[in-house]
Design a protein around this ligand. Structure first.
Ligand code: NAP
Length: 246
């Protein structure tokens, strides 16, 4: 009998796999037997991938044509892309009153337009075969948080966009969203190690700690595999209980 959670032999593209959550997912899917492609913004940020049997690709989502090239070339050289994980993203801690257009546009370009264009390119190249998409949003796409106005807006938009895509493509594509809580990566480095700030954050999390990147892997494997075969347009929250409690 085929194992429910089996992802071995699947071809998977993970954006923003050079570090943090994406790197952890890339290594985890590789260990589970998948053929993994991972992106970073430069040759140097993906240079570690080759020795770890991950196919590195450079992709900067501030540039329009990157999505079509990325997915088109993988399909041409390796056949069907089974799973697309849109993980690349940037954060911001700028107060609303100080936010300038340049910064706002950059966050929207990477966190929203980047995800939209990757999904669009995946659909256009795989509309006959179909596929599976996992979009990485955030708990800040579900709740308000100080100093995160544009970031939260893009992450909320990713959740709604994913549902709208299921409404259009649902017979061929499964699209689900993961909303991580606070995870120990470079993105949250400014919080880590600051005693009082960490205590304040941890006191809001029932599990009293931040998550580790590898604690998102189980959910990603579930959503990428046949174990979730009737699941689409759903959002999985992985946050130590933070958004489920007051
Ligand atoms: N960490 C958290 O607490 C947390 C919580 C909720 C949601 N998330 C979400 O999870 C995802 C991963 O976060 P993380 O904490 O792992 O972040 P991270 O450690 O800062 O890594 C960000 C990744 O995105 C890539 N990236 C940055 N700018 C890009 C651009 N212009 N075009 C394409 N890729 C770009 C980076 O590539 P380079 O290495 O080449 O710069 C890197 O691979 C993000 O979408 C984030 O919003 C994180």
């Amino acid at each position: 009998m085929k194992q429910l959670f089996d992802v071995s032999g699947k071809t998977i593209l993970i954006t923003g796999a050079s570090r943090g959550i994406g790197k952890s997912l890339a290594l985890g899917f590789r260990d589970a037997g998948a053929k993994v492609f991972g992106t970073g913004t430069s040759e140097s940020s993906i240079s570690w991938m080759e020795s770890e049997s991950i196919h590195g690709r450079v992709g900067d989502f501030t540039k329009d044509d990157v999505s079509r090239d990325l997915i088109g070339s993988i399909k041409k050289e390796h056949g069907k892309l089974d799973v697309l994980i849109n993980n690349a993203g940037i954060s911001s801690h700028t107060p609303i009153s100080m936010m300038k257009d340049d910064e706002m546009n950059r966050i929207i370009d990477i966190n929203f337009k980047g995800v939209f264009r990757m999904c669009q390119a995946y659909y256009k190249t795989h509309k006959h075969e179909g596929g599976t998409i996992i979009n990485i949003s955030s708990v800040l796409g579900l709740t308000g948080f100080t100093l995160a106005s544009v970031y939260s807006g893009t992450k909320g938009a990713v959740i709604q966009m994913s549902k709208a895509m299921v409404a259009e493509w649902g017979s061929k594509f499964r699209i689900n969203v993961i909303c991580p809580g606070f995870i120990e990566t470079e993105m949250t480095e400014n919080m880590q190690g600051k005693g009082n700030l960490m205590e304040e954050f941890n006191s809001r999390i029932p599990m009293r700690r931040m998550g580790k990147p590898e604690e998102l892997l189980g959910a990603a494997i579930f959503l990428a595999s046949d174990a979730s075969s009737y699941m689409t347009a759903s959002t999985l929250v992985i946050d130590g209980g933070m958004t489920g409690t007051v």
